[in-house]
Design a binder for this molecule. Sequence first.
Ligand SMILES: NC(=O)c1ccc[n+]([C@@H]2O[C@H](COP(=O)([O-])OP(=O)(O)OC[C@H]3O[C@@H](n4cnc5c(N)ncnc54)[C@H](O)[C@@H]3O)[C@@H](O)[C@H]2O)c1
Length: 359
Amino acid sequence: MNIREIYKGKRIFLTGHTGFKGSWLLTWLHDIGAIVKGYALEPQSKDDLYNDIGGDQLCTSIIADIRDVNRLSIEMGSFKPDFVFHLAAQPLVRLSYGIPLETFAVNAIGTGHVLEAIRGLDHPCTGVMITTDKVYENPENGIPFKETDKLGGHDPYSASKAAAEIIISSYRSSFFNPLQIHDHGKSISSARAGNVIGGGDMASDRIIPDIIRALTNDKKISIRNPMATRPWEHVLEPLQGYLMLGALQYQYPGKYESSFNFGPHPDHTNSVEVLTRRLLERWGDVTDRIEFNQAEQLKEASLLNLDISKANYDLGWEPRLNFQETVNITADWYRDRHLKGMDARGLILRDIHHFETLY
Ligand SMILES: NC(=O)c1ccc[n+]([C@@H]2O[C@H](COP(=O)([O-])OP(=O)(O)OC[C@H]3O[C@@H](n4cnc5c(N)ncnc54)[C@H](O)[C@@H]3O)[C@@H](O)[C@H]2O)c1
């Protein structure tokens, strides 16, 4: 499948375009020649990746709240998108303990708003709703989750995304039934990805940005849950999955409207400590700057694996980078940006163009 051919010249409504994954997807879509309208809140700081890549030059950027369903519907309706990629969310587990209701409103009801706006469109539209690997009820037995596994969520973030999945499923059954797609023209899927890493993420309370801040400010790195394992993957892996899924929905309406996991191969799942040590090695840091922070009390899942066979068989998607390559590309991006002063958008494009050669 040629992703570039399918998306070239298409109209894409991208929520969360000012965020980490949104900035990478925006850069990719712009490079492909798609016409993008973004809908999200302001970047959190002037140093954010979105500003660093000159995001405003790559799209029509609407700064507005996903909780404002009227504004969202007007912006989407006037744009007449061929595709909607819904990434906007409050994405942090620990923050969700502090603002549970806001997390539910943005992630669950906000997703309902996007679906409602799509429902109001009077032309065919393909939607890919981004949730997370944390939507599954997690008994912490290490068995990789399949898409058919039970949804759940201990913390408010996970629960809000599981709720979003139920809302997506309800809209699909009620309004966007794949069996009647030739009547309503709306194709809706959901995508569940693991923990992504890659250059430019500067969000607080995430391991890679925390390491980079420590390295560039010559500080200690404080790690909580060093033994927690995560299905780490480079940001381009799930983005490729989202683009392939959307493209297949578009090409074969009625066939791909369901949920898909996008994670690394199970044997690439690694602990927080291993990730940290490998990144420091690639950076060339020889100081002993890791501190283990035992004071943390908030519950975070410590075992989490995704079964990716459905995306592999149905979509022909599978991860292309192994764990070490993922770490190396990530470390190199930050090093080339922060130590060599290279251009942020150019570095993203470098990674995209290299990644495309692997397909
Ligand atoms: N980063 C990860 O490891 C990871 C893993 C699994 C799933 N996800 C999901 O991927 C998506 C993107 O995550 P990210 O890492 O880019 O997060 P991010 O925090 O970098 O970006 C979030 C985006 O959502 C927007 N947003 C937040 N609240 C909003 C609101 N009320 N109204 C409008 N826009 C709002 C922000 O402005 C920003 O553009 C999210 O849905 C997240 O849950 C991320």
